[in-house]
Design a binder for this molecule. Sequence first.
Ligand SMILES: [Cu+2]
Length: 285
Amino acid sequence: MGRLLHPKKLLLVAAAGIGAFSLAGCSAETVAQWGRFGLPEAATDRAPMIGGLWTGAWIAALVVGVFVWGLMAWVAIRYRKKSADHLPEQKQYNLPLELLYTLVPFLIIGVLFFYTIQTQNGVQAKAPQESVHTVNVIGQKWSWTFNYMEADNPAVGAVVHKVGTIDKIPDLYLPVNKPVRFNLYSADVIHSFWVPAFYYKLDVIPGRTNSFDVTPDKLGTYSGKCAELCGTYHAAMLFTVHVVTEEEYNAYLNTLKAAGDTGEIKAPTYPNTVPSVPAAEGEQK
Ligand SMILES: [Cu+2]
């Protein structure tokens, strides 16, 4: 057994550690991130709704926490045993108090439920069909494929695609301030399409189309990833989101078109087989 550090030394080490920790990375951006309770900067029209719910829920939890910790400290100190023969007054029950601490949690849950539903309705609202840019996304082991359904876009005039591989993280280009509809398909197992700066993720399920609308409203580059543990190389399922001007967006799609990456790549219809059972003839495995 090694010798324990002298308590004073231990205190010094702890203080130095805490000091270094709180000074390191104390940039304006980090401080701003604390203000958002850890969320990155919002990059879409929907993200602030979720940010509000997240921040509100934390504040509500902290208010309840501080109140409960305060009560615990107060009773522990106020009603501590003061002498060997003196016990504080003992009570078997207190009906009003018991009713209160049964009803108050329901009230808290009700308020959280109300704001959750309100946020959900806002976040999942669909943009007008005629205004959206549609991107059909395929999650496949172990990358992503993006189909830009731009046949009706006069600046592109074609459906173009980008296929990601495990060796090459694919890019996803999106036009700023334009609503985008994502339709999510899986080629194999359940994945989850997640862009942290969008404050939103949605499961990508074989045999089912999940879709959501969002308007990226901040130019920039963002990381995207798979948020569902889908297998061995789950961690490699990354993509890079570029929110660019509409001109740059069209220009990028035209480079795909010029490279011959036209037409839609479709996920196989879910074969509905288990791995040990050979797929029926003609069916894609
Ligand atoms: Cu995945």
